[in-house]
Write a protein that binds this ligand. Sequence first.
Ligand SMILES: CC(C)(COP(=O)(O)OP(=O)(O)OC[C@H]1O[C@@H](n2cnc3c(N)ncnc32)[C@H](O)[C@@H]1OP(=O)(O)O)[C@@H](O)C(=O)NCCC(=O)NCCS
Length: 197
Amino acid sequence: MFTVRKADQLEMDVRVQMSRIFADGFSQWLGYFSKDKEQIARAFAHMFNLDQFYVAVAGDKVAGMAACSDGTSLSVKLNKKELREHLGLYKGSLAHMFLKKEFETPLANPSPTKCSIEFVGTAAEYRGQGGGSLIIGHILEAAPYREFLIEEVADTNIPAMRLYEKMGFKEYKRTTIPPKRAGKIGINHIVSLKQVK
Ligand SMILES: CC(C)(COP(=O)(O)OP(=O)(O)OC[C@H]1O[C@@H](n2cnc3c(N)ncnc32)[C@H](O)[C@@H]1OP(=O)(O)O)[C@@H](O)C(=O)NCCC(=O)NCCS
């Protein structure tokens, strides 16, 4: 049903579809900036460095995506002007300031044999149909690295935790969220996972 391709090697423009997956799957980061997911999708479509992304496609639809970045190049790059254009001066500027820190942090101790898997998402209508497993499996097979990291997974994100466990990732670090904040955001721990071939 799905074929996995490098996002920069497709004839069609995949940015808006990827951004819709992002808007839907990462709404916990984005709700403050707009409740309108289409507006979020338009605002962030520019940010994907397509050469870092793999996508699962079904016909002309992007069903899922994941980046694999070795730290020499980032998976995404936020543009303040684009964010301001779509979210307004105030929220666009805040989005740039806060999300840049979250999304553009380079891999600690980068190495040519190590990559960070990021921005894993499946479009809502394709979830539970094997797309996420197919992309992660493809990256583990095809990407030229020995060590694969998934650095920040919310312990309460059961679909993601199960997907990564199923694909052979093991926990190597767990950061506890202070109880007051944990109650507010519904996350108790941030889990870091890895797999070495
Ligand atoms: C996490 C996510 C990418 C999974 O993608 P998917 O394409 O639905 O995954 P798959 O269909 O390949 O499922 C793989 C495994 O994940 C687990 N899984 C998937 N959805 C699940 C759910 N709703 N509940 C429990 N486990 C689930 C299962 O173990 C499944 O394996 P199985 O079908 O053999 O039992 C998807 O739910 C998503 O986009 N979530 C929002 C964005 C997100 O949280 N990304 C991860 C950030 S770290």
